[in-house]
Design a protein around this ligand. Structure first.
Ligand code: FAD
Length: 303
């Protein structure tokens, strides 16, 4: 182990944060794909984060943040440096009169369920979107017409110096599956507006969205959701289907027969298999329709 990792390890022990050395990322991604990361850091409480970030910074270690790994493809060689995942950290959801304050490690589906118990509307179609609140804010996750940023008031982050920062919703650009949070700041919590709705309407809308998800997505296989963003011309899945690529398989990865914008892991897929399929799709769609598909998933790690 390199010297700076030794110092990081001793700092993590003092801070009381969990960590795993040389951990296969395939255990921490919805794709079930990915080589080892040198250091996987799993804070158990958000209060540990400033000290962790300060240590990483002082020891000059490369790092990335992670939620639950449901929108990423990690390379077969893995990640050099540290990954900090908030999936085990603080999970507080605090309701006030007309707002809810949520820690970023909270799973989106758990948040939506709590919100619905209070008959709050505006979050119904996010039911079933995998991942943490932090990942959802970075990706501006959404489904069937609504996005996580719709009811947002502010987000709090911790920067590289371990200092807390606050961004009101109008200070962040949210676009389709995109935001511009500073890359080296970790989101720790957010505040949302809560508007009361009619219980029956909320549950109907939520159930319709859940049903649609189950009928259109290949949920029995591991995947990272939609691989490409929908271009303005048409849905990416429609274009891939029309190009005759549905069902194409490379190694253990396959373009889903159920939803052509999903690549599924049949059990032993490598990152390289998925990347090959991605390149085939991009080239064919560009050749046939002169459309450059843009990735929705993030590709991470040593190439
Ligand atoms: C079956 C399936 C269906 C899906 N359906 C949808 C859908 O309908 N709509 C949709 O929008 N998405 C969908 N997705 C994609 C995915 O669920 C979302 O993008 C989700 O919001 C990612 O959350 P995560 O916690 O897993 O983020 P991760 O995949 O862990 O990370 C995503 C990005 O966010 C960054 N990040 C994560 N947490 C933090 C943090 N606390 N601070 C700073 N940066 C952070 C990471 O560095 C990375 O760049 C689907 C995925 C699957 C597997």
């Amino acid at each position: 182990m390199r010297i700076n990792y030794k110092r990081l390890e001793s700092d993590l022990k003092k801070i009381g944060s969990d960590y795993i050395i040389n951990e296969p990322m395939k255990k921490h991604t919805s794709f079930g794909i990915g080589g080892p990361v040198d250091f996987l850091i799993l804070p158990s409480d958000n209060s540990q984060i400033p000290a962790i970030i300060r240590s990483i910074n002082m020891n000059k270690i490369n790092f990335i943040f992670l939620g639950s790994g449901s929108n990423i493809l990690v390379s077969d060689k893995g990640i050099r440096g540290a990954v900090i995942s908030l999936k085990k950290s603080s999970k507080k959801i605090i309701f006030d009169n007309s707002t809810v304050h949520v820690d970023s490690g909270v799973m989106l589906s758990a948040l939506v369920q709590e919100i619905h118990k209070k008959n709050i509307t505006g979050f119904e179609t996010l039911m079933g979107v995998p991942g943490t609140l932090g990942g959802a804010l970075v990706m501006n996750a959404g489904a069937f017409g609504s996005e996580i940023s719709n009811n947002l008031i502010f987000v709090e982050t911790i920067n590289i110096l371990g200092e807390k920062k606050k961004y009101n919703v109008d200070e962040i650009d949210f676009e389709y599956r995109k935001s511009n949070f500073p890359k080296n700041e970790i989101i720790i919590n957010a505040l949302f507006n809560c508007k009361k709705g009619l219980k029956s309407k909320i549950y109907d809308k939520r159930d319709i969205a859940s049903k649609q998800r189950k009928t259109t997505q290949p949920l029995t296989y591991r995947s990272a959701g939609s691989i490409f963003k929908n271009p303005k011309e048409n849905a990416a899945g429609y274009l891939i289907d029309k190009a005759g690529l549905k069902g194409m398989q490379i190694g253990g990865a396959k373009i889903s027969e159920k939803h052509a914008n999903f690549i599924v892991n049949l059990g032993n897929a490598k990152s390289a298999d998925v990347l090959e399929l991605i390149n085939i799709i991009k080239n064919k769609i560009n050749q046939m329709y002169k459309i450059k598909l843009e990735l929705e998933i993030k590709i991470i790690g040593e190439s």
